[in-house]
Ligand binder design. Structure first.
Ligand code: HSE
Length: 429
């Protein structure tokens, strides 16, 4: 059987999984692909490190340049993470005519335009299934399965760690720090979980999906991002009483004027919505195309084996592409021609939790400010229980543009009867 040479950059969690399973599942992979995927060289940061997989010492190097310069390597897999070295590696590999596979969502979100421009110039595809939603084959589905559709919307839970934390807060009434500790102990969170909980890991994935769905690169300054760090147990409980679950939700969609909306933030999802029942480390995406209608994808968004599954599927496609003489492979983002809808103009329903003094007329003052901004209230609860000399007041607000809602909240915050920073969350309608 003919062989395709692979250069593997990175032997961390995912790199080790890829190496191990290319060997363990060699027979079925070769049979299905019709080619043998042979790892010819592995680049690592420190050669002497003790690892969970044992590759022959003679194929290990600390210089990734050797992967690019090796004529026996046709596919370079970038799994080193980070931005600068990964960018250099991918650009050099494309220049050398190698097919590139990467799982680097931060790099694609930040420098995808340059990378795809280079790939287009060289006529070489990039495969990046592992960059979004771990083991769920969402990139291939959008790129190939939905190639004939206008994508109308994508609603997605894209960060396993956040979803795990919110699920623990909901089901076991854990507070945020304890739920995060458990996510780290389970190995779901990144070594530095900042990007997991501040929304940016999900935002990087949303940028990739949006760019794929709409064909132009959305800048990191064009996506509105908020994380789950500010969500507390009270919000989880009040949302539950009102019939919602809180999820870190990515929304990507077009409006009637073809402007693209892209935002990621904690969102109240009605309990009857299918995404409300996605718990733990699982990711899910609901994609609506004009031909296909609603589709649903569900699976593990983090962890060695699911991510390895995606990398190996990319390797198989890259090998077939190479072997068949390099024909186009689905749609890839290629321009700057689209436009984003500024977040200020995006309309949504909202959840507003206030901490107010318990006195007559308070609700009237709050309602008056909302009314003066033409914002309607859909429901109100004042749950029992005091927070010092204040009580919680929770409102669900009808659809309104975000800038108008934000201005109204600033007005409410300046009322004497409001005792703490208001909590404003979006509601999925
Ligand atoms: N740490 C990520 C998550 C997985 O929790 O979803 C890799 O993107």
């Amino acid at each position: 059987m003919d062989q395709i040479g692979i250069g593997l950059a990175g032997l961390g969690t995912v790199g080790a999984g890829v190496y191990k399973h290319l060997i363990q599942n060699r027979a079925i992979i070769s049979e299905r692909v019709g080619l043998e995927l042979a790892v010819r060289r592995i680049a690592v940061r420190s050669v002497g490190l003790v690892r969970s997989v044992h590759a022959p010492a003679e194929i290990i190097t600390s210089h990734w340049e050797e992967l690019v310069d090796d004529p026996a390597i046709e596919i370079v897999v970038e799994l080193i993470g980070g931005i600068d070295a990964a960018y250099q590696l991918i650009m050099r590999a494309l220049d050398a005519g190698k097919v590139v596979v990467t799982g680097n969502k931060a790099l694609l979100a930040e420098r995808g335009f340059e990378i795809f421009e280079k790939a287009a110039e060289k006529g070489i595809p990039i495969f990046f299934e592992a960059a979004v939603a771990g083991g769920i084959p969402i990139i291939k589905s959008i790129r190939e399965g939905f190639i004939g559709n206008h994508i109308e919307s994508i609603h997605a839970i894209l960060n396993g760690t956040s979803n795990y934390i919110l699920s623990k807060m909901t089901e076991e009434s854990l507070d945020f720090p304890e739920a995060l500790r458990q996510a780290q102990a389970e190995g779901y969170a990144e070594a530095d979980p900042t990007l997991d909980v501040n929304g940016w890991d999900a935002a990087h994935k949303a940028i990739i999906l949006a760019s794929l769905a709409y064909g132009f690169w959305i800048g990191t300054n064009q996506i509105h991002v908020a994380g789950i760090e500010t969500v507390n147990g009270l919000d989880v409980r009040f949302a539950d009483r009102l019939g919602y679950k809180i999820k870190l939700l990515a929304t990507i969609r077009t409006n009637r004027d073809d402007l693209v909306e892209a935002h990621v933030h904690p969102t109240l999802v009605p309990k009857q919505h299918v995404l409300a029942s996605v718990n733990g480390v699982f990711n899910a995406l609901m994609v609506r195309g004009d031909l296909v209608g609603d589709t649903l994808f569900y699976g593990r968004g983090a962890g060695q084996d699911p991510t390895t599954s995606s990398v190996i599927s990319d390797l198989a496609q890259a090998a077939i592409w190479y072997d068949s003489g390099g024909k186009a492979f689905g749609f890839t983002p290629h321009g700057w021609y689209g436009e984003c809808l500024p977040i200020e103009q995006v309309s949504s329903g909202y959840y507003l939790r206030l901490s107010v003094i318990d006195a007559p007329g308070v609700l009237a003052q709050v309602a008056s400010i909302l009314g003066s901004h033409q914002i309607g209230i859909s429901s109100v609860i004042q749950p029992e229980g005091h927070e010092g000399d204040a009580v919680p007041l929770v409102l669900i607000i009808h659809d309104a543009p975000f800038d108008r809602m934000r201005t109204a909240v600033q007005g409410i915050q300046s009322l004497d009867c409001v005792k703490a920073q208001p909590m404003l969350l979006w509601v999925l309608s």
